[in-house]
Write a protein that binds this ligand. Structure first.
Ligand code: ADE
Length: 242
């Protein structure tokens, strides 16, 4: 999969993504990050990419032309028509199901804004989707783009070396992850739940599933509405809220 990222700060994204798991996937050729500096596409002598807002007001607005030309360069290198996602607090909320959906694409173009925003006309011209990573305002779209690339990439086969873990973690099936433990079996007087040492994998799976249901009930009850629950799960929940 190839991500084309249009940004004024390519180094920020490179430093954030070219380490650890995503960095290894890039080295192994499973992922490609095409970082496009919008500033390289300005026609301005002083390399300016922003200007004052028409109608007045605070801050600067990113101009349409450099963004459009940067997008054209990215789009021209794509196999077919690629979706262009603008990271914006006004967008649809990013979540695990969107990450899974986007992982099916071969190419994605991500547009990172800065300052007070982007000239609306270029958004109308090139953007297919607007995505927000939460209800707070960041200084730019770079961190949200990194969040998206990370969450989408780990759904792509081969990115996680332990193939199983892409699916079985928090939020798969709409539930939070069960608690995890490693050696030693006793630490600071706290013991690992004995069932995990039993070697009985059926019982362990059942216990972990129960823990997932109960954790979701405790920390994120709002998720239960959309979760895939069995009648056993429902009974468990009812026993705990009575
Ligand atoms: N740009 C600024 N804030 C943002 C947010 N919360 N999500 C996506 N893009 C943003």
């Amino acid at each position: 999969m190839r991500f084309h990222i249009l940004t004024l700060f390519p180094d920020m994204i490179r430093l954030g993504l070219e380490t650890s798991i995503i960095g290894n996937a890039v080295k192994n050729g499973i992922l490609e990050l095409d970082l496009i500096n919008i500033r390289d596409y300005t026609g301005d002598r002083h390399k300016k990419t922003d200007d004052y807002p028409y109608g007045g007001g605070a801050g600067m607005v990113m101009q349409a032309q450099p963004i459009y030309d940067a997008w054209r360069a990215a789009a021209a290198s794509c196999d077919g028509a690629a979706r262009c996602i603008y990271l914006s607090p006004q967008g649809r909320h990013f979540d695990q199901s969107m990450a899974k959906e986007l992982a099916k694409e071969r190419e994605l173009i991500l547009l990172c804004g800065h300052y007070e925003g982007i000239d609306e006309r270029v958004i109308e011209e090139i953007v297919t989707d607007q995505v927000s990573i939460g209800d707070y305002v960041l200084t730019g779209g770079e961190l949200p783009a990194m969040v998206m690339v990370d969450a989408v990439s780990r759904m792509i086969p081969g990115v996680l070396t332990n193939e199983a873990s892409g699916g079985s973690e928090s939020l798969e099936g709409g539930l939070l992850e069960y608690p995890q433990y490693s050696r030693p079996a006793e630490w600071m007087g706290r013991e690992v739940p004995p069932i995990l040492l039993s070697g009985d994998h059926q019982k362990i799976d059942a216990w972990r599933h129960e823990q997932s249901v109960l954790r979701t009930l405790r920390h994120r009850p709002d998720l239960l509405e959309e979760a895939n629950l069995s009648s056993r799960d429902v009974k468990l929940i009812l026993n705990h809220i009575r």
